[in-house]
Ligand binder design. Structure first.
Ligand code: AP5
Ligand code: ZN
Length: 218
């Protein structure tokens, strides 16, 4: 399957993507994670991306589209993928359509995670991520690790993202509403959007998402 995951910052895209990708045997491709990997390796792309990310703005389309294309062309993605954080505006969505068309491929679904704004703010404020693997995501109260500051899965150190400050989160939410939300209408016109509420327990949201992707509805 070829799936796009969309939802505001802190909706739980990364959390859900880890389970959905495993259930569906497809790679989880997160442009945010790809940028953060470049930042920690201090590449030129990482240095460029960091200046935009820390301000809560989108990284320019040209570099983002090239990076996403490069990742989607890797051998593990030929039979499908779960895109998390890409596309993030209409021009990226158009570029993705072009890429897929060139390979005679198409998307199967766009999964839209709905969460009220006060809840995303709480989720982001308490989020902690493992330095060893960005798929190991915790929350100080909702998904608390057994030992404070230590990853349950691998023992790595947990940290708070630089762009999770209150001010940057406000900017990221604004960017989501103005630039990213329009892709939902873009994909609705293609009949691809399935919307679910991402409130509730992580495993219940995964169950709803799997049912929606199989066409069972909510
Ligand atoms: P990115 O990394 O994609 O961030 P985001 O979209 O803002 O989303 P988040 O990672 O903040 O949240 P999430 O929805 O994954 O939530 P999570 O699962 O962690 O992008 C970061 C930046 O990179 C952008 O601002 C931009 O600058 C740049 N960028 C990336 N892609 C780009 C693109 N295509 N174009 C241009 N620029 C791009 O969950 C959040 C918290 O909630 C966690 O603590 C988790 O434990 C908790 N939680 C999850 N589910 C639940 C639940 N059901 N109940 C209770 N708590 C829960
Ligand atoms: Zn870990």
């Amino acid at each position: 399957m070829r799936i796009v995951l969309v939802g505001p910052p802190g909706a739980g895209k990364g959390t859900q993507a880890a389970f959905l990708a495993k259930n569906l045997s497809i790679p989880h491709i997160s442009t945010g994670d790809l940028f953060r990997a470049n930042i920690s390796k201090q590449t030129e792309l990482g240095k460029l991306a960091k200046s935009y990310m820390d301000a809560g703005n989108l990284v320019p389309d040209e570099v983002t589209i090239a990076m996403a294309k490069d990742r989607m062309e890797q051998s593990d993605a030929v039979n499908g993928f779960l895109l998390d954080g890409f596309p993030r505006n209409v021009s990226q969505a158009e570029a993705l359509d072009e890429m897929l068309k060139a390979e005679s491929m198409k998307l199967d679904a766009v999964l839209d995670l709905e969460v009220p704004e006060d809840e995303v703010v709480k989720r982001i404020a308490g989020r902690r991520i493992c330095r060893n693997d960005s798929a190991h995501v915790f929350h100080v109260t909702y998904q608390a690790p057994k030992a404070e500051g230590v990853c349950d899965t691998c023992g790595g150190e947990l940290y708070q993202r630089d762009d999770d400050s209150e001010e940057t989160v406000r900017k990221r939410l604004e960017v989501y509403h103005t630039q990213t939300e329009p892709i939902i209408d873009y994909y609705k016109a293609q009949g691809l959007v399935v919307t679910i509420s991402a409130l509730g327990k992580v495993e219940d949201v995964t169950g709803k998402a799997m049912a929606a992707l199989k066409g069972d509805g909510e």
